[in-house]
Design a binder for this molecule. Structure first.
Ligand code: SIN
Ligand code: MN
Length: 210
């Protein structure tokens, strides 16, 4: 496993408004392995463009692995047990589970591995992750590819926010008092990484749903 992670010294997180950010936790080999794993997932469960309950397409493209996938259409935001095609979600790859086990050693295995693709103009508004049953478990997010300006606010709407650049290989953990922190992505720096041949960013989010 060693060859997939950064130096142990880098496992000390930076803390942004309670969010723990492990800079460079996944090294170059680990990032490439994850991209391969995601390509395999996307062959079985292709990326789709979710529609908000209000009827607008989200700019992010999505797919999932695990027992539950995240979905949205005019009927609302929700977890679903099959890809919209009816196919089962593929299994969460070991490369990704290894990261969860490192940063959330006391938690059971994640049930949802959401995979978001950010193209050049993609952003994600401030929101909470709150459709899970038990907020004692953290949300773990892995960044791959182009850098993203990640913004964190408070556990209630409004008030002060702060941002930081998430780079390829960074792992962010929303847990404890920051589990319900508002967060979002202002923009990506398109072309800042060569990990994805066509550019853009992949964010992997791991959650326990039930
Ligand atoms: C999310 O909150 O769903 C994604 C966060 C990120 O892309 O870093
Ligand atoms: Mn989120």
């Amino acid at each position: 496993m060693d060859h997939l992670f950064g130096e142990l010294g880098q496992l000390t997180p930076q803390v942004l408004r309670g969010v723990h950010i492990y800079k460079g936790m996944v090294n170059a080999n680990g990032q490439s392995a994850m991209v391969q794993d995601i390509r395999a997932i996307a062959r079985k469960a292709p990326f789709y463009s979710p529609i908000t309950p209000g009827g607008r397409p989200l700019s992010v493209k999505m797919t999932s692995a695990g027992q539950f996938g995240w979905f949205s259409d005019r009927s609302g935001y929700r977890y679903i047990e099959q890809h919209p095609s009816g196919a089962m979600w593929p299994q969460i790859p070991k490369s990704v589970l290894d990261i969860w086990q490192q940063v959330a050693p006391h938690a059971p295995e994640p049930e949802c591995c959401l995979i978001n693709y950010y193209g050049e103009a993609t952003k994600m508004g401030l929101h909470q992750d709150r459709d899970e049953a038990d907020f004692q478990w953290p949300v773990v997010s892995i960044s791959l590819g182009d850098s993203a300006l990640f913004r964190v606010g408070n556990v209630t709407q409004g008030g002060k926010t702060e941002s930081t650049w998430l780079e390829s290989g960074d792992v962010a953990v929303l847990g404890g008092d920051a589990r319900l922190a508002y967060h979002g992505v202002d923009r990506i720096k398109f072309g800042s990484s060569t990990l994805l041949p066509k550019g853009g960013r992949i964010n992997i989010t791991l959650r326990i749903v039930r």
